[in-house]
Ligand binder design. Structure first.
Ligand SMILES: [Zn+2]
Ligand SMILES: [Zn+2]
Length: 330
């Protein structure tokens, strides 16, 4: 089993379990690859999450985030070396924060500074117009307001930010590709032509899985992003945290998986985006059934470190059937 995107309570304010326990759990579950990919620190205090604000001077919190991240890199490296001869391989990465262009460039420079340990990015977008879309519903609604209360504009803005992040970072793993769907309200009614939020009788609720039929311009943006990922050699993660949070499909949903198969490189890795030991390998059975039966995927990719120093990041493939037999042992 594999996870290419994880956090811990030691270094993430919304994590629960210590980093050592996370790795111990992955080892118990016979994972082969477990990537430690803590969130990168923010450059500007305006992008701190409420849970990260502890000091009177926000700049102190910004400084502390960087210190914590540096401690994470050291700690993750120690764990990696401890598991050097184990079947479980630890790879250290970092999850990007794409609040604005400056922040994306900051992520790039930090990764370069720590590239001896931090081997890859999970390239993620958590913000639209600088407002977090995955924190809670009220922030999601603020992001919608910042897009003129237009759902089409919100999703367009999301994919444009993702494209900017992809161009600047070329992340090996692209995180939760369609994260905007997490807080899409069930009672939100929009004009299906313009995407404008409306209370008029003609307005109706738009489900995440129909947005591409309603708004072909969005499909074009997704195709552009998928083709770019394919060109530089990135891989989409199938992130099961969406299932853990009650959505019907993982990130990304079926339509995007199919577009990646038809027009991208068709590569996927598995991620649990776990923040606590009980989330390690969460909903993998459901996700693997979705990939095998609905997406009709025959193989998954995974990352490994190879070479004499075990510092060369390589991608390998595993048939879905083999994943299922590994899963049955859990
Ligand atoms: Zn994320
Ligand atoms: Zn994450």
């Amino acid at each position: 089993m594999y996870s290419h995107h994880t956090h811990s309570g030691d270094y993430s304010q919304h994590g629960y379990s210590p980093l050592n326990d996370m790795v111990e759990r992955a080892s118990q579950l016979n994972f082969k690859t477990f990537c430690l990919t803590e969130h990168m620190p923010r450059l500007s205090a305006q992008y701190l999450y409420p849970e990260e604000i502890h000091s009177e001077d926000a700049e102190d919190d910004v400084a502390r985030l960087l210190e914590d991240w540096e401690k994470f890199v050291e700690h993750a490296r120690r764990i990696q070396l401890q598991h050097k001869d184990d079947p479980l391989k630890i790879i250290v990465g970092a999850e990007s924060e794409s609040c604005d262009t400056e922040q994306i460039e900051y992520c790039k420079s930090l990764q370069e500074r720590y590239s001896h340990t931090v081997k890859f990015f999970v390239g993620s977008v958590h913000h639209v117009n600088g407002i977090p879309i995955d924190f809670d519903s009220s922030n999601w609604n603020r992001a919608l307001e910042s897009c003129g209360n237009n759902l089409l504009q919100l999703i367009t803005r999301y994919y444009e930010t993702q494209y900017e992040m992809l161009q600047l970072l070329k992340p090996k793993i692209v995180g939760h590709f369609d994260l905007y769907k997490l807080h899409l309200p069930e009672d939100l009614k929009v004009d299906t032509e313009s995407g404008q939020v409306t209370t008029a009788p003609a307005g109706r609720h738009v489900k995440d899985n129909e947005i591409f039929d309603l708004w072909p311009s969005l499909e074009q943006l997704v195709l552009r992003n998928l083709q770019f990922i394919s060109d530089y050699g990135g891989i989409l993660e199938v992130n099961t945290s969406a299932l853990r949070k009650g959505l019907q499909e993982p990130y990304p949903g079926l339509r995007i998986c199919q577009l990646n198969q038809l027009h991208g490189n068709g590569k996927f890795v598995l991620s649990d985006d776990s923040h606590s030991v009980d989330q390690v390998g969460t909903h993998y059975g459901e996700a693997i059934a979705f990939l095998r039966d609905t997406v009709k995927l025959s193989q998954l990719h995974y990352l490994q470190l190879e070479g004499p120093e075990e510092d060369q990041l390589v991608e390998r493939t595993v048939p879905i059937t083999e994943i299922i037999s590994q899963f049955e042992h859990i």
